[in-house]
Design a protein around this ligand. Structure first.
Ligand code: USQ
Length: 397
């Protein structure tokens, strides 16, 4: 298949590009380096440097002989997206091209506006480009489990059958996102659902939980092929952060009571899920929603598991609950379904002490580069919306 990967430089975009290229698909990646630029602006760059897309694709070609086409440009710009779609003529589009951080979206007016405008406008442009250039293509869009929030009833896969006054209908499952970033994903889903109904597009919307890890089969060919690995409070997801904190001797930053429960998955399972979605497309006029995670954990359970792995690794891991900068339930019911990918054949990798131990081995190679001040500067507080545009904190320099 000809596959267009939007956001192909990202934590998930680049590993997806390599994996689908290794499976024999023709890949084009598009990115404007938004994530790299935001990290540079905020002085929160990842644990290790990663080559740019031109360099990464050259290394990939040298290792495998496979060509990945690169387009650098902002998908909010119609000229860029029209060029990408008309040149690559995709059978399938994998859309990751969004500002992915909840804390970043809650920093101040500028970061909120960037998140809102970027995420909605890119999704709208993708829809318009599909209509114009490839109405029969399949769109795989990365959503988030955070669209549902933490309701006091079981979470279904995208849809809920409602019976009201004796009549029944299937509706989108009620959504109650916990940050502006998560809310943009809710808005994306509504946009997609409207155009699926109106234009009969084929869409898969993946409700993904927080991802952890850095190894994939393809990145094992060369360390320069590893994805970004952020450990800062904005772009680092909790398990990756805890592993770095353990290695740095920084007490694990459990927010509040630590009973917040989410559905997690290893990066290799993200790749498996996206590949399964590519190979089993939605039908015309279908908005297929699948919950993309493999196991649920509370933050306290994660901290204990990282502590166990760290202690075995010879680290003296401490856990230190801190005041929660977010507004979220710290003790709640959580029972989301996740059978759609199992039915398609997903064989998932569980989070074990060994998986964490292996991550610690790699992170400890970079331990001299860990900057402790980046771990919890406490900049993104949900109840302190900063109206100024200046987000750079000189204490982080
Ligand atoms: N948490 C801590 N300590 C930390 C960092 C996080 O206790 O140092 C807690 C958070 O408060 C939250 C949970 O861990 O309750 C998960 O936080 P996270 O930062 O790993 O994940 P989140 O901000 O929700 O966002 C991440 C990705 C986002 C994706 C989302 C899936 O950045 O792109 O959409 O996971 S989900 O969480 O299911 O919505």
């Amino acid at each position: 298949m000809r596959i267009l990967i939007l956001g192909g430089d990202g934590y998930l975009g680049w590993p997806t590009a390599m994996q689908l290229s290794a499976s024999g698909h023709e890949i084009t990646v598009v990115d404007n380096y938004l994530r790299r630029n935001l990290c540079r602006e905020e002085n929160i760059e990842p644990l290790y440097q990663t080559p740019n897309l031109h360099e990464r694709t050259a290394i990939w070609k040298e290792k495998t002989g496979n060509q990945i086409e690169v387009i650098i440009g902002d998908l909010r710009n119609w000229e860029v997206i029209a060029d990408a779609f008309s040149k690559s003529k995709p059978d399938c589009i994998v859309h990751y091209a969004e500002q992915p951080s909840a804390p970043y979206s809650m920093l101040n007016r500028k970061t909120a506006s960037l998140t809102l405008m970027n995420n909605i406008e890119v999704t709208a442009n993708v829809i318009f480009a599909m209509k114009e250039f490839c109405p029969d293509a399949h769109l795989i869009k990365l959503g988030t489990m955070g669209e549902y929030g933490t309701p006091n009833i079981d979470i279904e896969e995208g849809w809920l059958d409602i019976t009201h006054n004796g009549r029944s209908q299937k509706f989108l499952y009620p959504r109650a996102a916990g940050s502006l970033y998560h809310t943009t994903k809710v808005l994306d889903t509504d946009l997609l659902w409207f155009y699926v109904r109106t234009w009969g597009l084929k869409v898969t919307d993946l409700m993904q939980g927080p991802v952890y890890g850095m190894f994939t089969e393809e990145s094992s060919l060369d360390p320069r092929l590893l994805p970004f690995f952020n450990y800062d409070e904005m772009f680092g997801t909790v398990i990756n952060r805890f592993v770095v904190q353990a290695v740095a001797g920084y007490p694990l930053t459990v927010y509040g009571k630590g009973g917040q429960t989410r559905g997690y998955l290893n990066i290799v399972d993200t790749l498996q899920c996206v590949k399964l979605a590519v190979e089993n497309p939605a039908k015309a006029g279908e908005l297929r929603i699948m919950n993309q995670f493999t196991e649920t954990f509370s933050v306290n359970e994660l901290a204990e598991l990282v502590k166990k792995a760290g202690d075995r690794f010879g680290l003296d891991v401490k856990i230190k609950p801190i005041e929660n900068p977010r507004k979220e339930m710290e003790e709640h019911y959580y029972n989301p379904k996740h059978t759609a990918f199992q039915k398609l054949g997903l064989k998932s990798v569980p989070l074990t002490e060994n998986v964490l131990y292996r991550m610690m081995e790699v992170v400890s190679q970079y331990s001299a580069d860990i900057i402790n001040k980046r771990i919890f500067p406490g900049k993104a507080k949900w109840n302190q919306f900063n109206k100024t545009n200046n987000t750079t904190n000189s204490s982080l320099q």
